[in-house]
Write a protein that binds this ligand. Structure first.
Ligand code: FAD
Length: 237
């Protein structure tokens, strides 16, 4: 699957960035793209505009002070790994970040992206809560600083998601489209376990039925796999 069409902007200042986000409620920020791009590719989100932070000055700095370490939103994992001051200034941070994914991801993934994405399995959100970190949010109304424990509102939810849909906002579910011409290696056009992406339970069951029927030379290529249809496939005469 490919992302839905979107506009792309790479503003040169933080002010411009905020103005773009305010002007279009469907716009979203992109930093390293390591979580957002897969989300877009699976069409789990379809923002109208991506506002890229790569040109915004002042977001890529690591400051070491007496009371701790300040990380800019666009600081990448590799910036942390390569900053020798952190060995004494924040050994926990340095040690934990070494466990983040592999180096390609560490070359692009950012502090702001990880905090905003709020994956409970990610390293930085856990460290932020453990260390009682303060997170600064900048918006049209100015800047405010809150504690990490208040920033994360649930798995994959943070205060950055100020537009969390409520139950009434859920779009109507229409229908599931089925392929007319399934691939020859996968007659039902569904994925198997471990093939990546989110596997619907129905697809897994259909794959299992197809595998079982292959032992009697039957190849199901029509859904739904209702009991009468499975019976006919297994007993063609
Ligand atoms: C294969 C793979 C393995 C990974 N393994 C690990 C792991 O072991 N441990 C781990 O901790 N992480 C892991 N990650 C996550 C990765 O390290 C990044 O932290 C994560 O993808 C988000 O950072 P990003 O800069 O790429 O954000 P993006 O993908 O660009 O953005 C993610 C979200 O944050 C928002 N966002 C980004 N920056 C900001 C900002 N400054 N302000 C507001 N919102 C913002 C975006 O709008 C988007 O919703 C993995 C990722 C992949 C693809």
């Amino acid at each position: 699957m490919k992302p839905a069409p979107f506009e792309y902007q790479a503003p040169a200042t933080l002010r411009e960035t905020i103005d773009l986000l305010v002007s279009d409620p469907e716009a979203t920020v992109i930093a390293g793209g390591q979580s957002l791009i897969p989300v877009l590719a699976f069409r789990l989100a379809a923002p109208s505009m991506l506002v890229d932070l790569r040109r915004v000055p002042g977001l890529g700095n690591i400051a070491v002070g007496e009371s701790g370490v300040r990380l800019g939103a666009r600081v990448r994992w590799r910036d942390i790994e390569h900053d020798r001051r952190l060995a004494t200034a924040h050994p926990l941070l340095l040690e934990a970040i070494a466990h983040v994914a592999h180096y390609q991801i560490r070359n692009r993934g950012t502090v702001g992206g990880s905090l905003a994405h709020a994956d409970p399995a990610a390293e930085l959100p856990g460290i932020a809560v453990t260390c009682d970190a303060e997170i600064t949010l900048v918006g049209a109304a100015g800047a405010r600083t809150i504690r990490a424990g208040e920033f994360f509102t649930g798995p994959l939810c943070s205060l950055v998601d100020y537009l969390i849909p409520t139950a009434t906002d859920f779009p109507a579910i229409r229908a599931i489209a089925l392929e007319n011409h399934p691939s020859p290696s996968n007659p039902l056009g569904v994925k198997g376990a471990g093939e990546g992406a989110i596997i619907p339970v129905g697809g897994l069951i259909a794959n299992a039925v197809a595998a079982a029927l292959s032992s009697v030379g039957a190849e199901p290529n029509e859904l739904p796999l209702s009991p009468p249809r499975v019976w006919r496939l297994a007993n063609p005469s």
